[in-house]
Design a protein around this ligand. Structure first.
Ligand SMILES: [Mn+2]
Length: 448
């Protein structure tokens, strides 16, 4: 038997959903995670960034994180290896580093700041345990801004007449340089299984739509070919939809976020989007196993229309039909016993403004589904007027002043379109300049 590790990331502690905080869900997830680490008797836990949702997380989230560490240390013998993501403050994550060596055998290693001056700080060896003589090498590569990497790479840059854009070339040569240094390290330390922990865009991934845009100076993502022959497992963070980018040579996985970040992540898609963590076994031929996270809270999104002009009662509407259908499913779903009440989002299309449509819906649920009353709560009710749908839902959403649902990059597109209606797309140079500026602002926020 080899060494066993668990890989998770994108916790986003402190994240809200329509102004509701999610501490309870995160508490349940973190308790469950410690239980699994204990049951599986793992040697280490890898956290691939975005531990917190913001560089200045609520105090309660900080408490939650430190309570988790205490719980983990006292219930397992395993180590923790963690990096920052683009949502974290690297400095904040590293703030407690001086204390960790004092805790129970120095079992926590966090790298939040990408330190190009001493790359060795990012390299680790996990020694053999009772089960195995294996030595695992780890490269903890925290989130970096493309500028940090291009600056680092430009030291040794020689123009070789390549047709690639200079920034793209710098990013790629920076990555190659870092991996070459790790290759030296692994030779010296004679590791037999090597893990890269990173929080960026790699290979061809499918986003969930709730990730903040990242910028790699014109490069779509870091090609997986750069990882071959160096690493055995690549533990990624950033993309919230779980996915295996590559099964082997090396295995490359985004485990996704443990919680659904928005209602739009579920329901509408047919593909299996259930939430998960990854169990790595270094000597198993399969190398990894997916473990499903139990759903702690059901999220339901109900969409439909109500045509009052047809003298229709709310109860006859397509909206209520969809609602009944979903509640029927929820009612028969009791076996999975969600620990927390179900949260619902309603989107209803109307011919004209209607009063009290939310309270009418609530009354309907009281009457028709009394047994579900304590199990569901409508946390958001959006109404749209039909005539405004011309350009599809996005426009209706914008007209309903749902700006807070859009990412900054999407807002910029809306703004650009409003200024220059004749232009189909934002010109590339302006788009890149905006993303560069956005990264600077976000970094600044992190430092303040
Ligand atoms: Mn994330």
């Amino acid at each position: 038997m080899g060494l066993k590790l668990i890989h998770t990331g994108d916790w986003h502690l402190g994240k809200k959903l329509y102004k509701r905080d999610r501490f309870e869900e995160h508490d349940l997830f973190l308790d469950w995670l410690v239980k699994i680490c204990k049951e599986e008797d793992v040697d280490a836990l890898i956290i691939s960034g975005d531990i917190f949702d913001s560089p200045t997380p609520p105090h309660r989230s900080l408490q939650q994180f430190f309570k988790f560490i205490e719980n983990f240390l006292s219930n397992t013998k395993a180590y923790i290896y963690a990096i920052s993501g683009n949502h974290d403050s690297g400095q904040l994550l590293e703030a407690a580093n001086p204390l960790f060596p004092l805790l129970d055998n120095d079992r926590i290693f966090i790298r939040g700041v990408f330190d190009t001056k001493s790359i060795d700080r990012h390299f680790f060896t996990l020694e053999a345990n009772k089960r195995s003589n294996e030595k695992i090498g780890l490269f903890l590569f925290p989130y970096f801004r493309s500028m940090e990497l291009t600056q680092y790479a430009s030291k040794d840059y020689k123009d070789d007449g390549s047709t690639l854009d200079k920034n793209t070339e710098l990013i790629l040569s920076g990555i190659e340089n870092l991996f070459a240094q790790y290759t030296e390290y692994k030779k010296q330390n004679k590791t037999s299984f090597d893990i890269l922990v990173a929080h960026h865009l790699f290979g061809s991934f499918q986003p969930s739509g709730t990730e903040q845009g990242l910028h790699l100076s014109g490069l779509e993502s870091i090609p997986l070919s750069k990882l071959e022959g160096i690493f055995d497992y690549v533990a990624l963070g950033h993309i919230h939809r779980p996915q295996v980018l590559k099964k082997d040579n090396p295995t490359v996985i985004y485990p996704g976020s443990p919680l659904y970040m928005r209602f739009s992540e579920i329901n509408k898609k047919k593909i299996d989007d259930s939430k998960q963590i990854v169990l790595i076994d270094t000597e198993d031929s399969e190398k990894y196993k997916i473990i499903q996270i139990p759903p702690f809270r059901k999220l339901l999104s109900i969409e439909g229309s109500f045509d009052k002009d047809l003298d229709q009662d709310l109860e006859d509407s397509n909206f209520i039909r969809n609602l009944d259908q979903q509640l029927q499913l929820l009612d028969s779903d009791n076996s999975s016993d969600y620990k927390l009440e179900c949260w619902m989002e309603c989107q209803i299309w109307l011919n004209r403004p209607e009063e009290d449509i939310q309270s009418k819906t609530e009354k309907y649920i009281h009457k028709k589904w009394p047994e579900l009353l304590n199990k569901i709560e409508i946390i958001q009710f959006n109404t749209f007027i039909k005539g405004q749908e011309k350009d599809g839902k996005t426009k209706a959403e914008i007209e309903a002043k749902d700006f807070n649902k859009l990412k900054t990059e999407e807002l910029f597109k809306v703004f650009y379109k409003s200024q220059f209606p004749s232009q189909e797309e934002i010109p590339k140079d302006i788009g890149h300049a905006f993303l560069d500026l956005l990264q600077k602002v976000r970094h600044q926020e992190r430092q303040d």
